[in-house]
Write a protein that binds this ligand. Sequence first.
Ligand code: AP5
Ligand code: ZN
Length: 214
Amino acid sequence: TLHTHVGPPGSGKGTQSPIIKDEYCLCHLATGDMLRAAVAAKTPLGVKAKEAMDKGELVSDDLVVGIIDEAMKKPSCQKGFILDGFPRTVVQAQKLDEMLKKQGAKIDKVLNFAVDDAILEERITGRWIHPSSGRSYHTKFAPPKTPGVDDVTGEPLIQRKDDTAPVLKSRLEAFHKQTEPVIGYYSQKGIVANLQAEKPPQEVTSELHKVLSS
Ligand code: AP5
Ligand code: ZN
């Protein structure tokens, strides 16, 4: 199976994806996580992506489509995928459809993480992440057992460079202009499921279970 999680910054895509991934044995491909790893490693891709990411703008379609194309070839990803943060433009959605068509596959479900803009600043500015696993915490909503430390590995947590109020503003603009049309694109195909992603994390997880088992 193949799902994609679409929603504004801070809507819970990265929180829910690892839970669903483990329960359904799917491979979690998050373009944001992959790009941040490339930036940290200063690869040619990372060098090209950094400026747009720091400003809260989208990285070029060609770069991210290339990353996804490579990642989906991995043998560990044969049971299916959760795409997190991709596709984020209609062009990316069309290119993904073409890539999948060649393999005789298609997107089964698009999970739309609907959250009002007003609550996202608190979610974003309180977030702490464990970079190597992609796990997120929140100082108020999902605190780690020890402040600043990952529960599983004991490694330090960090804050993302783009998790500031001014950069969030640009990220939200990019979401409304470039990513919302992706929901329209998939709605026409009748595969969008809307999640009430403002609810507490456990309730969002149960909504996801309902959608995925239907
Ligand atoms: P990306 O990493 O994808 O960032 P994003 O879309 O802005 O989304 P976030 O990761 O901020 O939010 P999330 O929904 O995962 O929230 P989370 O679950 O952590 O992209 C970063 C950048 O990379 C982009 O700006 C762009 O430059 C580039 N990029 C990536 N993909 C691209 C693409 N396809 N094309 C072009 N460029 C691309 O939750 C947030 C916080 O809230 C956490 O602290 C969490 O603990 C808490 N929380 C979660 N759920 C709840 C809940 N239900 N109630 C209360 N708190 C909650
Ligand atoms: Zn995320």
